[in-house]
Design a protein around this ligand. Sequence first.
Ligand code: DGJ
Length: 729
Amino acid sequence: MNGKFLGLLLLGALSAGTLAAKDYLVSTRHTSLLIKADEGKQARFQYYGTKIAENEIDGIYNADLAYWAETYPCFGISSYGEKAFAVAHSDGNMSVDLVVEGVRQYSDEEADITEITLKDKVYPLVVKQYYKAYKGTDVISTWVEITNNAKKALTLYKFASASLPVKRADNWLTHFHGTWGAENMMEEEKLTNGQKVIANKEGIRNTQTDNPSFMLTLDGCPQEENGRVIGASLAWSGNYLMKIIADNSRINVIAGINEEVSHYILEPKETFVTPELAMTYSSEGKGGVSRAFHRWARAYKLNQGNKERDILLNSWEGVYFNVNQEGMDQMMKDMSAMGGELFVMDDGWFGDKYPRNDDKTSLGDWTVCKEKLPEGIGGLLASAKKHNIKFGIWIEPEMVNTKSELFEKHPDWVLSQDNRPLTTGRGGSQVVLDLTNPEVQDFVFGVVDKLMTEYPEIAYIKWDANAALMNYGSHYLPSQKQSHIYIEYHRGMNKVLERIRAKYPNLVIQACASGGGRVNYGFLPYFNEFWTSDDTDALQRIYMQWGVSNFYPSIAMASHVSANRNHQTGRVLPLKYRFDVAMSARLGMEIQPKDMTDADKAFAGRAIAAYKKIRPVVQFGDLYRLVSPYDKKGIASLMYATPEKDKAVLFVYKTEHFLNQLMPDVVLSGLDENKTYRITDLTPENEQKPSALNGKVISGKILKEAGLSVASALRAEYSSLALLFEVVD
Ligand code: DGJ
């Protein structure tokens, strides 16, 4: 019996404890990752791909598939390759040589965990590397915990979460670039040799530039349901860096916190924990990667990921800062009459000394503006009760305006430098609170706590953040640790969020950051959803939501029906089109209902009723992206299906309009070829005249293999379809 199999036997016999085994398999339902960890040697990343059994490990070596890549390459000994880790010891030596001290494999409630303890050969420096296989999913996450056991501090210059080797082939990279109002636009490119960097250095809205997520294909052009793809997302809400380094032999991905201007002084006995890099592998194309992330998110990385979301009206685009009791009451009444379940009062409700009438004042003063709301929040809650609708409220607790009582009282609570004037953001007066400071953390926690203690009926909070981290300087951190600000800000934030969640586990909270600036798995575990973008134009949303859907589930993707003409793009779109787009995610409205015609209100009522019917399918179903808007085929189409494939919802949108244009048939995935389905038109503009497809009965085999022609149904410009497929008994 060779050493490896003896090791594996021992592994089976012991559930925890240091083992002598050399090859360690980390497996999920359909994937495996293989690490070689010989005591006294460097740990090697050998394989990540389709699931293998322990008796197939030899096959990986026999097929010459093993990478032999260091799991955590360190600076200072070998010269070759990109490093994940670099430090300066207290004596000035800048080298690290980590070797395996031991490996433990154990399980907890959510995962099977492999913990590899690496130790420097000379210095008392320990790095524990983790691989966590989440139960019931296909996601494995990895991170490290770095402990300084020396008597003096050392400095961390590089501290990636992971180094991931990927097979070099005809690889394509998919990532999600953006800017304000056009977040998460999908980019796909053939990977050429050299370095590709996906990064953010903004400090707070870390997904306004690129999302910290990517997919890499292993065999050519990305496809939705075919091909081998690796997908990864970094669970961090601050500055991040993902480097994809390709040469003729190998791809290496280094991912973690962006270390630029963030070198970290690690005190004796202190442990630095990096964020998780969550990964999956799928042989079912990008769709397989997305579905794996969605399932994982709903089970582990989203607050109440298994609870249906309410249909809401948000006041922002309806009234902007013009908030008052009568106006809010009217919006609640109108939304409730259309079947809505929740009303959210956005910006403009607060500020006692300085009423919040625009974006120049009052952030920090979270008391009701009595001029606008003489009956206070109590009056609003009474309205909500009267109209049988839940009530939610907007806050931006990390921020302060220089014209505010908070700033007058605590100028030192703001990130700033003593010897330079303040640079301000939004409204020419917005600055950022110093969340590294525990007093500020108490204050921010207190904003939520005070609201919820006084008004426990509040059902929803929209948590906004509209500034970059400016004026890099903390009055709380010591001078030699100013380089910790970007990191400590988010650690401080997480402490606040932990406290909020411990006390208010059921409160629904939306993560908003000037729109989609915080769509990341560092922030989301504390939130129920995110605001996808300030751009509510339904046509542009098709592209953005498509991008977001690659890693984030529809249940978390807030999508609102807004006014005609759209306030951001000026586009005029049919109400049906706007609803059909919003209904493909977490449906809401962001419109002044009193400006809607009776016919529009009646349509909205019917669409909301239809969404209630399909809500479990959209919010918990499996997503299949069918026709990409990025392929410029004149239409875009996606669908959701229950895991049992007894119900599915199909959305089709016309994205271009020409006479006699070519239009592809929509071939439906996610159905059962042995079942037969009846179609219902969910959102006919005229109830008496549903789509000609309404009521049609078609076999799953035809729908999956031949598809559905939508050309006749989509003759008009900006026409769309929302169709329900139900199994016929
Ligand atoms: C930015 C958000 O993205 C908007 O939805 C809105 O809440 C405004 N802030 C309010 O100031």
